[in-house]
Design a protein around this ligand. Structure first.
Ligand SMILES: NC(=O)c1ccc[n+]([C@@H]2O[C@H](COP(=O)([O-])OP(=O)(O)OC[C@H]3O[C@@H](n4cnc5c(N)ncnc54)[C@H](O)[C@@H]3O)[C@@H](O)[C@H]2O)c1
Length: 316
């Protein structure tokens, strides 16, 4: 099976290294930037300059890993050329474009996977299993916090034109997907504060949301990028009717239903490998990969609702 990867930046490079571990997969990459092409070629993969060149190599599927404003158009072009797509989040920067991507895929009978790779972290997958088995009863409250200090991030992430939104698109959308994934249900109400507090940028660096789930459960999501070094944290707590669990992302998941506290360690397994394995397995089995385009649309919709809720005080 031939997989094309569009965009050889941080995410594209990680997809490349994940897919190359799967036997029977043959890779080709594309990037408009000559330095990025040289770096990728040094990893032994053929690299072309454009999506057209990539599609000319007739891949079965394409990973779309370019800045947010260009994801949807590239995804639709790949689908129209007959390819399945693994779309980086947020898939699109508005509902209309995301809906168009889904429509193109339906029309062409192609599959879409959205790269919510954090579902494939062992500690997150274990938490989902605990909740789905009913081990903590009916979930009532989920609290998800992701806050960090300065880090290496592409500069376009702060540009409205290239990114469409700020830290909610770059990081926080993973948290929204995590709420939906862990609880296994839809978010139906959204209230939010969305602010630009620490950086002189066009998009938000801080956001907090209060979410209502279909069952009546409540969720909070807090996303923050501090403008200095910080003691960051990425944690999720779920309180159910008979027990609770606590994920320390990248480290462990602990849960209890009143007796012992059971600890499931995170492992160094690469989350991009989990996503690549699922994508290839699904295509080989002829089934839709998970998370799919509908999951991508649902998470994007919640972030856009946060933006319109928080807009008056938010993004200049
Ligand atoms: N799933 C995750 O955990 C995760 C992690 C990081 C980034 N991402 C996502 O991946 C996408 C890319 O982010 P990144 O951090 O890798 O950015 P990046 O800036 O590191 O890489 C983007 C690459 O795309 C190339 N590019 C831009 N326009 C192009 C075009 N028209 N044709 C070909 N190449 C083009 C750039 O030259 C660059 O090399 C974004 O959607 C981002 O949100 C996801």
């Amino acid at each position: 099976m031939r997989i094309g990867i569009l965009g050889m930046g941080t995410a594209g490079g990680r997809h490349l290294r994940a897919f190359r571990q799967i036997s029977g997969v043959d890779l080709i990459a594309a990037d408009i930037d000559a330095d990025r092409r040289r770096q990728a070629e040094a990893e032994g993969v053929p690299v072309v300059p454009s999506l057209d060149d990539l599609l000319a190599a007739r891949p079965d599927a394409v990973v779309i890993a370019v800045p947010h404003a260009y994801l949807a158009q590239a995804g639709m072009r790949a689908i129209d050329a007959g390819c399945h797509v693994l779309m980086e989040k947020p898939m699109a920067t508005c509902r209309e474009d995301a809906a168009a991507v889904l429509q193109h895929a339906r029309r062409a009978s192609r599959f879409i996977m959205v790269s919510f790779v954090h579902r494939f972290r062992p500690e997150v997958a274990a938490a989902r299993r605990v909740i789905a088995r009913g081990d903590i009863g009916q979930p009532r409250l989920i609290v998800d916090t992701m806050a960090s200090g300065t880090s290496d991030m592409p500069l376009w992430v702060w540009s409205r034109r290239h990114a469409g939104g700020g830290m909610m698109f770059y990081n926080g959308i993973h948290q929204i997907d995590r709420v939906r994934f862990l609880l296994g249900e839809d978010i139906v109400t959204v209230r939010a504060e969305v602010r630009t507090l620490g950086y002189q940028v066009q998009v938000e660096d801080t956001a907090a949301a209060l979410l209502g789930l279909r069952s009546g459960a409540v969720g909070t999501v807090v996303q923050h990028k501090a403008p200095a070094a910080a003691l960051g944290g990425w944690e999720t707590q779920v309180f159910g009717s008979t027990g609770s669990l606590h994920i320390t992302t990248g480290r462990e998941m602990r849960w209890t239903a009143g007796g012992d506290v059971i600890t499931i360690p995170g492992t160094p397994e690469d989350r991009f490998s989990g996503a690549a394995n699922e994508f290839i397995a699904a295509l080989r089995e002829g089934r839709a990969p998970e998370p799919d385009g509908e999951d991508g649309f649902a998470a994007l919709d919640v972030v856009l609702r946060m933006y319109s809720e928080g807009a008056s005080r938010a993004i200049s």
